[in-house]
Design a protein. Sequence first.
Length: 975
Amino acid sequence: MLTCPSLLRCKGLYSESKIGLETLANRSISEGWAEYVSVTGCIIGWVRGTGLMDGNNAVAEQIEKLGLRTFSSTEMAFNLLGCLHPVMVATAQVEPIVADLGGGFSRLPDLAAKTASIRAKIYDEAARRRAIALDSAADFLVTKGSAAEALHQTVKIEPRALHDFSFPKLEASPADYLRIAKARGTLDLDKTVVVVGFGEVGPYGSSRTRWEIEADGGLSLTGAIELAWAMGFIKHHSGALKATGKTYVGWVEAKSDEPIADRDVKAKFEKDILAHTGIRVVEPELFRGYDPARKGFQQEIEILHDMEPMDVSAEEADKYRREHGDKVDVWAAPSGGMYVQLKRGARIYVPQSIKFSRNVAGQLPTGWDPKRYGIPEDICANVDRTALWTLVATTEALVSAGITDPYEIYKFVHPSLVGTAIGSGMGGMESLSKMFTERRQNLDVQKDILQETFINTISAWTQLLLMSSSGPTLTPVGACATALQSVAIASEAIRAGKASVMLAGGVDDYSEEGAYEFANMGATVSSVDEAAKGREPSEASRPTTSSRAGFLESQGVGVQVLMSAATALEMGVPIQAVVAYTSTHTDKQGRSVPAPGHGVMAAAEPLKRGLAEWGLDGDSIGAISIHGTSTNANDKNESHVYQELFRHLGRSQSHAVPVMAQKWLVGHAKGGAAAWALNGLIQSTLTATVPGNRNADDIAPELRKFTYLLYASKTLQRTREDHNAGLVTSFGFGQVGGIAAILHPGHLFARLPEQDFQAYAARRVPREGKTHARMHAMFTSNSLVRVKDAPPYSDVLQDEVMINIHARAQPVGDSYAFVAPLATAPPAGKQQSSSSSASPNDDLAQGAISALAGSIGQVQGVGIDAQQVSAFPADEAFLRRNFTPAEIEYCASQPDPTAARARRWAAKEAAFKALGVAGRGAAAPLIDFEVVSSAEGPSFRLTGEAAAAAKGSKLLLSISHSGDTAVAVVHRVPA
């Protein structure tokens, strides 16, 4: 395409070169170019806003009043693109085209004179207005004095970053959540598990900055500032500047102490931030000098001639003599030490190195320093870095829940009801390396390095420095599924009444040793092969694609704070998500530890029941977060598992669920992987945003048969109605699989009484302020983590606090502590069981008995029976032998047929026990006890032998169902 200026000629080569194009159209015909070249010419007119026409913009408006047309750069670009329309291109194949986009200037004689006249009028008007303004200013100066100068002063307002740490938005009333919540009625809040806060430390820093990259594809101004601070590019300053002595409050560059405006941070540092975050070539300074380009080994060799003597201490000489025996000579040296000479035949180790094929990994941001978050230097020097990451992530999770002092929790619950389930696949890898490698090399290694290699030491430091709790300690080790295993066992601890607050999560490191052994297994992607194919390091992890070639290792930690809903509502902490279901599973027989399996599919029926308790089904799932390791085996296996799960859940065929495959961005953190995935799924559910897999340049053909799954390559913005529930799965080496269902908190809020909801909302407000203050203090005073110097009780009170489960902490100074005399009864308005190990069945049965207490007169017999729903037999022969056709039809019509059958079977067994008749063996049918439903509740219709045995009496029935247990209580009373 050729563009030529119209009559708006300019002097110089620019205009001459443009004018020269005008002859090309004619020459293409006369010289026979038309067979090879198609020509489309455009005569362009006055384009406003370009560098060439800036000086004429002021007169453009008056020029158009003369009947001419000027164009914005966007308008002209649109017109030029129109000349490339297929119709125009087809025409140009036949003959050249010239489009006149000049705006009519060719029809205006003497343009220069008219332009000069318009410009002169504008100058005259400007001078007139300036004179009037100056005259008015003089009058104003006389009457207003110095205030008149404000008219002529320019106030420069620069954009500032707003670091927003707000809680999830809370609607005005429970009724506002009815558009997403399907279930009605009250909940057992003590057994409902919720996530109230979460935090992480990973390749993109925090969960906030990781989410910006994952969902939006780039950093906001606030995200860039947070990472620039975390990586040491900038720091906060308050006081006099060294260079000028002027008082300044704001950001300064860390190297120069020069002030830098918020708006300039991203422009100046974003390139360096992105180059040193996420998946990238391994940076040796982050791994004690380990460089994959020179992966070290040691080769033992036998020397062939005597070596030169070495001057060493007597102690060192004795070590050489003990190891080498007659292959070493030792004698006194003039220096006072000893000469040591290794002789022929002595063995020594000689260093070697190779270029290792795995030189890319997901790494923490370069410059990330735990001291910047407030952890004391002595702790940083002696604690494995996995524990340091966990301290930061745990503190951030607590602060995001509005808990700025962990001891405040003990104002609401006893320390024995606060526990931890943070686990790891390998534990302190850096400490393991020091213990085995550096100790053997006789380097300086701390004396207590062994303790830092224990997996439970990671969570132990959290207890020692932050929590001081005495509740359940459930440290999972589930390889790549550790974090999901952690959430599962933490949730079970809460549902069982053993805890009210649990820390869950997982952590793992990247190391030279682990990277090499994963490569030997053929599990990880070869960076050398990827580079040979022209791929960038950031493209190494490509889940669900046809070119996926192994997982990409990463490092980091993720932590969630789980609570019972009752505790969360009482404390007024934000509810980020409801944990509707969790389970872990093993797999079938085999000889391969890493091989994935279908064990998670065993969750199908319990998951269906778990969703049904919230009025949900297979179509309710708005997104899934897959393990998605980018290995051939996992991605295919996991997709199959989800396909069959959704088939069992009854999801509509045309209703594909969007898939989140987070490891494309952050790699595989092993123990921490599912924690990041869960954090991302919570963020997705709260915002109705489903991030896509931007490394998915295609989708593997073998995955196309999984029609329930939508493998998106870009972010999808959904509605709240479409996305308010999600599933996350994880698969670990060693027969570990897990699945969890999380819901938008609106599902819980919709079922709260109005007054309870409003009271909770009021309690939540001050917590949000605490979160904002503490998170900003992280930037301004490097004080996010505030380690404890003492437990929340004195040595004198310790035993009494441990024994007295009714004891509660009180505000003391700027913290909380237990103060004598301790409480001896439950807090007003809340009854707490003295036994944390009571069976849920006992609670259900006691509730059922209490429900009947008012209607019972003279009791002739009592029968109680409990059935595990997941273990209830489903074969047709059993049902036909024990259930009437009406019962079978009724149960089949329920949202959870298996649970309905289990409830009725428990009722039949309890009725048989209440009658007190002799049994005829386990195979005897109970079809004579028909359970019927009515407006007054369930009751019995007795026939046959059951009616004869109950003659002169009636059976009163109460059925309860919670989780996986159905309990029935039957009282036999006079008719």
